[in-house]
Design a protein around this ligand. Structure first.
Ligand code: ATP
Ligand code: MG
Length: 271
C-alpha cells in the first residue's frame, strides 16, 4: 500500500492547486435583484481541491456570488444573473443544463443546520435515492456509512441511525448536513457561514473536516471570521460593495494584501 505522510499529502494537494486546474470559472458575473445591482462584473476562478474563502463586510455580495455557483439564485424571484460561469467545460447557465443534476455536482451547506425532520439514515439516503446512486439496500447502507464517515459523524451516530436528525446537537446536525451533501458525490461543496450557529468546539470539528474534505472536493466557503478563513482556506477572495477587490493566496492575503481595502478590512477598520 502506498502510504503518504500528512505533510506529503498536503504538498501534493498544494502542487495540484498551483497547477491551477480551475474547477469553476466565473467571468463578468453580475447579479441584479430587481433594479438593484448586487454584483459588478466579478471575475473569480475556483481552483480544484482547494478551499476558497469569500470574505468582506456584510451586504458585499458573498452569498449572492456563492449562490450563482449552483444557480440557487434561480429560486429568488426578481433575481437576474449575467456573465458566464463554467463547471469544468459546462456553461452552468446554458438552457440545456439540468439544474437538479447541477446541484448534485455543486452541493450546498447553509448557515443554519437544516436536516430534514426524518431519521439520520433518511437524511443521507434521500439524495442518492432520487439520483439513483444505489442499486439495493446494501449499496445504500454503504453510501450512508461512507458519507457519515467522511463527515466525521459515523462513530457518534452509528447506533442511532433511525432516530431523528433533528435530535442531534447543532454541531452534529451541521456535520449531518455535510454528510448529506457528500452522499451524492458532489464535485464542489458551497458553504455559507457553516459555523456561525456553532460553539467553538463544534466549529473546530467542522473546520477540521473542511480541511480533510479538500482532498476529495473543491470547496467554497463564506465566512465572517478572518481566523477561520486563515485556518481553512488556501485562497481568499475579498468582496466590497458588490465588487471583487482581490483574490490571492490566503497567506499573502493576511500578511501583505495587494489592495488597501483588504488591508483595512483585515485590520478591522470597516465591516
Ligand atoms: N433576495 C434578495 N432580494 C433583494 N436584495 C437582496 C436579496 N439578497 C441579497 N440582496 C442584496 O444584495 C446585496 C448583497 O447581499 P448578500 O446577501 O449577497 O451579502 P453578503 O455579503 O452575503 O452579506 P452577509 O455577510 O450579511 O451575509 C445586499 O445589498 C443585499 O441587501
Ligand atoms: Mg451572506
Amino acid at each position: 500500500m502506498n502510504m503518504m505522510s500528512e505533510a506529503a499529502v498536503e504538498k501534493a494537494l498544494d502542487q495540484k492547486m498551483n497547477d491551477a486546474s480551475y474547477k469553476m470559472i466565473g467571468k463578468d458575473v453580475s447579479v441584479y435583484y430587481g433594479e438593484k445591482r448586487a454584483l459588478f462584473d466579478v471575475n473569480l476562478n475556483v481552483r480544484e481541491n482547494t478551499v476558497t474563502a469569500l470574505i468582506g463586510p456584510s451586504g458585499c455580495g458573498k452569498s449572492t456570488f456563492l449562490r450563482c455557483l449552483n444557480r440557487m439564485n434561480d429560486t429568488i424571484e426578481n433575481c437576474r444573473v449575467t456573465g458566464r460561469i463554467t463547471l469544468d467545460t459546462d456553461d452552468i447557465y446554458d438552457q440545456n443544463i439540468d439544474v437538479v443534476e447541477l446541484r448534485a455536482r455543486v452541493g450546498m451547506v447553509f448557515q443554519k443546520p437544516n436536516p430534514f425532520p426524518k431519521s439520520i439514515y433518511e437524511n443521507i439516503s434521500y439524495g442518492p435515492r432520487i439520483h439513483g446512486l444505489a442499486r439495493n439496500k446494501a449499496d445504500m447502507d454503504q453510501i450512508v456509512e461512507a458519507s457519515l464517515q467522511r463527515a466525521g459523524l459515523w462513530t457518534e451516530v452509528k447506533d442511532r441511525l433511525h432516530e431523528s436528525g433533528t435530535g442531534l446537537s447543532g454541531g452534529q446536525q451541521q456535520r449531518l448536513c455535510i454528510a448529506r451533501a457528500v452522499a451524492v458525490s458532489p464535485e464542489v461543496i458551497l458553504m455559507d457561514e457553516p459555523c456561525s450557529a456553532l460553539d467553538p468546539i463544534a466549529t473546530a470539528k467542522v473546520e477540521e473536516l473542511i480541511h480533510e474534505l479538500r482532498a476529495n472536493y473543491t470547496i467554497v466557503i463564506v465566512t465572517h471570521s478572518m481566523q477561520q478563513a486563515a485556518r481553512v482556506s488556501q485562497r481568499t477572495a475579498m468582496f466590497h460593495l458588490g465588487q471583487l477587490v482581490e483574490e490571492n493566496d490566503t497567506d499573502k492575503m493576511f500578511t501583505n494584501p495587494d489592495d488597501q481595502r483588504t488591508q483595512d478590512y483585515i485590520m478591522g477598520r470597516f465591516g
